[in-house]
Design a protein around this ligand. Structure first.
Ligand code: PLP
Length: 345
């Protein structure tokens, strides 16, 4: 991803919400990364304490945290996301330290942001920010989360490109209105993984690509061998009569993120085969078919159920690595090293 960004002349600002680890964050520095995105203020404070000096909180400003935001902005180059003028006025009134401001744009995902279909509303908000003393208008930011709904890699690339075009269209209208120089920040893992030429924007912010997961594999954003995260789950019960194993690996470990199985029913992870070190390919027909708080129920072929003893450890590839990491909060590398996520109080 870093090489692709360099080739395209765009800044890679990886989203650190996926790994939430100071040590893994350090690995990014070796690829020339110096700017990061996070998804909440706690995370921003944790990575600032770890020496990161250029942080975007890629989540709409929580007005209740304005004093803490000001404290953080005193020590680092902090960038915030807004989509309404009331928040802009509050920041202007309450912040003492300067911050960079991005307007969140919705190019079709329908989560947050001003719609790219109404550039005049974006112009009005940009004008309010630009007129402020404390706030530095930096640009337009979107997350084209609808790439996750793309049925094929071609469709995903099309959604990504359409989103970039929509952002450029809004920027052109801003320019026409005398607000030149707005930067464009985009970035989702499916789009950034599949699109080869990332020119046309100023910054990309993918996060999930650090590990990938079952969702990305299904989308075609990565190969199976690219998935770098799995959960080692102890087998606690066997039910050969139902072709099932029960593992200690429930919703509190894997999250409730799901994908459709071959019949369209939800499934919560794939079982991977054993390898001398780590894990091998996903096992055909072996998946987590249901979860409760601590239990994961695995449906597998009769031979696998027969040969797997209670007390064995099986490897589950999670559906969504970001949420799984957020729940587990500690990694074990294949060499046995333990790597914590930043502490949550
Ligand atoms: N930027 C924003 C605003 C996001 O919400 C996310 C993920 O939700 C990302 C970037 C990273 O995208 P991905 O998880 O596809 O890597």
């Amino acid at each position: 991803m870093a090489e692709k960004a360099v080739r395209a002349g765009v800044v890679l600002r990886p989203h650190f919400k996926t790994h939430q680890s100071v040590a893994i964050g350090e690995e990014f520095r070796t690829f020339g990364v110096s700017a990061i995105a996070v998804s909440n203020l706690d995370m921003a404070e944790a990575f600032a304490a770890a020496g990161w000096r250029d942080i975007t909180i890629a989540f709409p400003v929580n007005q209740l945290q304005v004093d803490r935001i000001d404290g953080l902005a005193a020590g680092i180059d902090l960038h915030l996301l807004v989509e309404d003028s009331q928040t802009v006025r509050l920041l202007e009134a309450r912040l003492e330290s300067p911050v960079g401001i991005w307007i969140k744009i919705d190019t079709g995902s329908g989560r947050t942001g001003l719609t790219s279909d109404d550039p005049r509303a974006v112009c009005a908000l940009a004008g309010t920010i630009a007129a402020s003393k404390q706030l530095r208008f930096e640009g337009l930011l979107t997350h084209a989360g609808h790439t996750y709904k793309g049925g094929t890699p071609e469709e995903i690339k099309g959604i990504y490109q359409a989103s970039v075009q929509a952002m450029r269209g809004v920027r052109d209208v801003l320019e026409g209105a005398g607000l030149a120089g707005a930067l464009i920040s985009v970035g989702d893992t499916p789009g950034c993984s599949l699109v080869e030429d990332l020119r046309g924007v100023d910054e990309i912010r993918p996060g999930n690509f650090v590990f990938y997961d079952a969702t990305q594999w299904r989308l075609g954003s990565c190969a199976q061998e690219d998935i770098a995260l799995a959960v080692a789950c102890p087998v606690v019960a066997r039910h050969p009569e139902r072709n099932e194993l029960v593992v200690h690996g429930g919703a509190v470990h894997l999250s409730l993120s799901h994908l459709p199985d071959e019949r369209g029913a939800p499934m919560y992870g794939f079982l991977a085969s054993k390898a001398e070190k780590g894990w091998g390919p996903i096992i055909d027909g072996a998946l987590v078919r249901s979860l409760s708080q601590e239990h994961g129920v695995i449906r597998a072929r009769p031979e696998l159920v027969k040969e797997t003893a209670v007390g064995a450890v099986v490897t589950v590839i999670p559906v969504h690595s970001c949420l799984t990491v957020n729940l587990m909060r500690e990694y074990r590398t294949l060499e046995g090293e333990r790597i914590p996520c930043y502490p949550v109080h």
